[in-house]
Design a protein around this ligand. Sequence first.
Ligand code: X6L
Ligand code: MG
Ligand code: MG
Length: 173
Amino acid sequence: MMQAYLSIGTNIGEREQNLRDAVSMLLAQDEIAITAISSIYETAAVGYTEQDDFLNIAVALETKLDALELLAQCQKVENDLGRIREFRWGPRIIDLDILLYNNEKYETESLIIPHPRMYERAFVLVPLEEIMTQKYVMLEGVLEALQALDIEKEGVKLWKKIATVEEFVPFES
Ligand code: X6L
Ligand code: MG
Ligand code: MG
């Protein structure tokens, strides 16, 4: 089995429900098992700042899918939840990004792993660090990146404590 880590974000509509929908659509896939989920964090939008605040989570999963197949599944979840791409860095109902895949480096036109900008984004690293602590795993570079980011990290607020996937998406696991 391959280990992967995703970052999921949303800043349109019923944001918490959008996260639940995305997680439950991942759970519904036979080829994917979610092994950990972070709490929900709220942050101001980064990149294009004239938009509503985001909720972000990180999830850990095990899968037999290769990285490109996993990307296709993430894009399917985005499409099924009605994501419309209006402009780069603009508001989105849901965004699923593959951060890490089996400790591998991966580079194609459609996918780069590790996610090229994950080490600069507190809204990615703070939830990811929570999962590391839960699972007693060390992911390369994450703690160092968080220390370097200390000031921006202040902007990431714990919005809702989540302990388990079952708690977050009842009846579906
Ligand atoms: C300079 C130039 C500094 C660009 C930062 C950072 C651009 C992040 C895009 C950047 C730059 C992004 C989310 C978000 C987006 C999210 C929060 C992006 C792509 N997604 N803000 N902004 N959460 N808080 O999930 O991440 S758009
Ligand atoms: Mg993203
Ligand atoms: Mg994305």
